[in-house]
Ligand binder design. Structure first.
Ligand code: CP3
Length: 323
């Protein structure tokens, strides 16, 4: 391909008028759990934004649900009825039910049949998933209750991380069976831990998930948001592509990460609120990067924001396609 491929994290849910319209009729849970609706929403950004890939319309919190946790999807996002940090020996209360993933697999089957672009499957990385399980949703971004739990209950933390990792592997391998072409591991909370803690306790588990998926011939994108200088831990042993967050210079990231690993990212989601002249100028800055680094997937450095003007999202995608 002569130009970089482009897709956007959270491309399905937030900005599309057709999605918003559907949400007037259906709750988020109904959209996610009705395979035909989830498949339709998955393909909307391909049709309406002309992105080069589809990402299955689901959520990283399907894993806690499959472990028996109850989540309410409110207008402000997910709410856990009983966060684990409030319980004694929480790992004993979790019980995996693979049947809870069936609607995702059915949606994947429908998309796999219809699609004409690569289909991305995903899960949360064990740290990010466990943060939500322990604390519920954090009004503060840095999950202080989850962190306290990690330091106060190291053995229980290991058990929980193993459990989430094993379920994520099962989930990922089933997604492969149901037709995904690429798998992304979302580590939105990579930045909440010291780098050495991350390297010792979390990264090996991310690697385990990635290895299993890659052994089936499906490439893995790992998005460790906020990892900072920890980018130097990302070798080709970990993943095929690293998602770079919007805080980091992609030129610096390129120097820190194993050359064999491609990069994805990393425009600031807020850039798409600027006028189009400014957007065009920012996109232009990535041309010399792409010329030297053809293994680049254009994307934002985190999810597209809900209030983003649709015409700017489309403009951004067109500009990338002019490369
Ligand atoms: O990218 C896509 O469009 C595919 C679908 C997708 C969703 N969530 C749908 C969704 C993906 C890839 C996710 C990942 C996800 N979910 C992450 C990791 C990425 C990131 O943004 O950091 C996280 C942390 C979650 C958990 C989650 N889901 C939260 C905290 C919230 C509420 C706030 C928000 O972001 O809207 C959600 C809700 C959610 N997940 C929506 C969608 C479309 C909004 C639901 C609605 O329509 O009201």
């Amino acid at each position: 391909m002569k130009r970089p491929p482009v897709w956007l994290m959270r491309q399905a849910g937030r900005v599309l008028p057709r999605y918003r319209k559907l949400r007037e009729t259906y709750s988020f849970r109904e959209l996610m759990e009705t395979p035909q609706l989830a498949a339709d929403v998955t393909l909307m950004p391909v049709e309406d934004l002309k992105v080069d890939a589809a990402i299955i319309f689901s959520d990283i919190l399907t894993v806690p649900e499959a472990l028996g946790m109850e989540i309410e999807w409110t207008d402000h996002g997910p709410k856990f009825l009983t966060p684990l940090s409030e319980q004694k020996n929480p790992s004993e209360k979790l019980k995996f039910d693979g049947g809870k993933f069936q609607h995702v697999y059915k949606a994947l089957d429908i998309v796999a049949e219809k699609k004409n672009v690569p289909l991305i499957g995903f899960c949360g990385a064990p740290l990010t998933t466990l943060c939500y399980m322990l604390q519920g949703v954090s009004s503060k971004q840095n999950f202080p209750e989850a962190k306290k739990f990690f330091y106060q209950n190291p053995l229980e933390t290991e058990k929980l991380l193993d459990l989430v990792t094993e379920v994520s592997i099962e989930y990922a391998l089933q997604q492969v069976k149901h037709g995904i072409d690429v798998f992304q591991i979302f580590e939105s909370n990579a930045g909440i831990l010291p780098e050495d803690f991350y390297k010792e306790k979390i990264l090996p588990r991310v690697k385990r998930i990635a290895e299993k998926v890659r052994s089936k011939g499906v490439p893995v994108i790992f998005f460790p948001k906020g990892i900072g200088t920890g980018l130097n831990m990302i070798t080709y042993e970990v993943c095929d592509f690293a998602g770079i967050d919007w805080q980091t210079s992609i030129f610096q990231a390129r120097k820190m990460i194993d050359k064999q690993v491609g990069l994805q990212g990393n425009f600031d989601p807020h850039l798409l609120f600027a006028n189009q002249e400014i957007i065009a100028k920012e996109v232009e800055k990535y041309k010399p990067f792409f010329e030297e680094n053809p293994n680049w997937i254009a994307n934002l450095g985190h999810g597209v924001l809900a209030e983003t003007p649709l015409e700017n999202v489309k403009f951004f995608i067109e500009k990338i396609k002019e490369f």
